[in-house]
Ligand binder design. Sequence first.
Ligand code: NAD
Ligand SMILES: O=C(O)C(=O)C[C@@H](O)[C@H](O)[C@H](O)COP(=O)(O)O
Ligand code: ZN
Length: 373
Amino acid sequence: MTAAPHTENRVSPAVQCVRIDLAQQTYDILIGSNQLGDDASWKNLPRAGTAVIVSNDTVAPLYLAQLTQRLQPHYARVESVILPDGEAHKTWDSLNQIFDHLLASACDRKTVLFALGGGVIGDMTGFAAAVYMRGVPFVQVPTTLLAQVDSSVGGKTAINHPLGKNMIGAFYQPERVIADLDSLDTLPQRELSAGLAEVIKYGPIADADFLQWIEDNLDALLSRDKAALAYAVKRCCEIKAWVVGQDEREQGLRAILNFGHTFGHAIETGMGYGAWLHGEAVGCGMVMACDLSVRLGLMPPDFLPRMRRLIERAGLPVIGPKLGTDRYLELMRVDKKAESGEIRFVLIEALGRAVVRSAPDALVAEVIGSHCA
Ligand SMILES: NC(=O)c1ccc[n+]([C@@H]2O[C@H](COP(=O)([O-])OP(=O)(O)OC[C@H]3O[C@@H](n4cnc5c(N)ncnc54)[C@H](O)[C@@H]3O)[C@@H](O)[C@H]2O)c1
Ligand SMILES: O=C(O)C(=O)C[C@@H](O)[C@H](O)[C@H](O)COP(=O)(O)O
Ligand SMILES: [Zn+2]
C-alpha cells in the first residue's frame, strides 16, 4: 500500500482544495476560514430553482442565516428544514420530516439539498438526497471537526436502527464539500475531542508520520489553533479521498476507515444512541483494537500504551462501558464487516498499515475484560 499523496491545490490563498476522484464522479473538498462569509466557494453549484438547507435546532441559529445569504444569489428559493438535534434522532422520523417538506413545497428532482451541521445531519441529508425522487444533488457543509475530517467525505449515508448503527443507508456522493474552519469556533470542547478520535484514526491505519504529527500538535489542536486544524482537516481528507478513490463501496481497502468502529459501534448501540458520542466510542474502540493487535502479535506491546495515552490526551474515554462480553459479541456479530456471523476487526500490523481479520472469541473477550469497567 503506497501512502496517500499530499496535495497542494488552493482555490484562493485562504482555501485549500482536496479532490476526490471516483469512477463516476469527481468532487472538491474546500477547506478554509470564512467560507460561510465569502462567495468564492459557492460558485458553479448544480443549477436549480430551489435549494433546501437541512440543519438542526443547535446549528441553525448559528449558521443558517449566513448559508441562506450565500445561496440566495444562485437559487430562486432557499428553504430550510430544521430537525431535532442528536444521534437519537438519526431515524426514519427525521428523514420523513425532510421528505414531508420537499413534497409539501413541490421540490422537483433538480432541487439541491445542503447539509448544514455535523455527521448526523450530513448522513441523513445524504440519505434523503439519495432516495428523494430516486436521487437529487446534495452539498455537504460540515460544521463539526468530525464531519470535516470524515463524515462529509466519501458518500456513506445512513440512519440508525435500534439493532445496529448506520444499518439503513446508501452510498451516495455529494457534489461538493465546503468546510468552514471558523464554524469550529462554536463547537463544544467535548465535540472537538470526539472529532479528534477520527483524526487520530488516520495515523495508525495510513500514515505513521501523521500519527507523530498529531502527537506533536495535539495541544494546538485542542486549543483550536487554526493552522493546526487546517492541516489536520486537509491531511485527513487527503487520506480519506485516497482510500475511497480506490474502493468507493467498501469491497476491501475502505474497511480500514472502520478502525475502532467494531467495538465503538457496539458501545453506541449497546448504551443507546447519543449516550456516548460517536467519536468517544471510536476512541475507546481504538484502544481495544490496538490491544487486540498486540495480543495477536501484529504489533509490539508498547503500541498499546502509546495509543491509549494519545487518545486520553485528546480528552476521550479509554475505559468502555460494562455491557458484558456476550452482549459485546452479540452486537459486533451484526457489524457490517461481519461475514456469516464471524466478526472482522480492523487491526494494525505496522504503523500506517491496517489489516481486516477475525480473532478468536476468547481473545476478544480478554480485550473486553481488560478495557471495560
Ligand atoms: N458518513 C460517514 O462516513 C461518517 C463518518 C464518521 C461519522 N459518521 C456519523 O457522524 C455522526 C457523528 O457526527 P458528529 O460528531 O458531527 O455529531 P453531530 O452531528 O451530532 O454533531 C455534534 C453536536 O455538535 C453540534 N454542532 C454541530 N456543529 C456545531 C457548531 N459549529 N457549533 C456548535 N455546535 C455544533 C450538533 O448540533 C450536535 O449537538 C454519527 O452519526 C456517525 O455515525 C459518519
Ligand atoms: O467512510 C468510511 O468508510 C468509514 O468507515 C468512516 C467511519 O468513520 C464512519 O463512522 C462510518 O459511518 C462507519 O461506517 P459503517 O459502514 O461502519 O456504518
Ligand atoms: Zn466514524
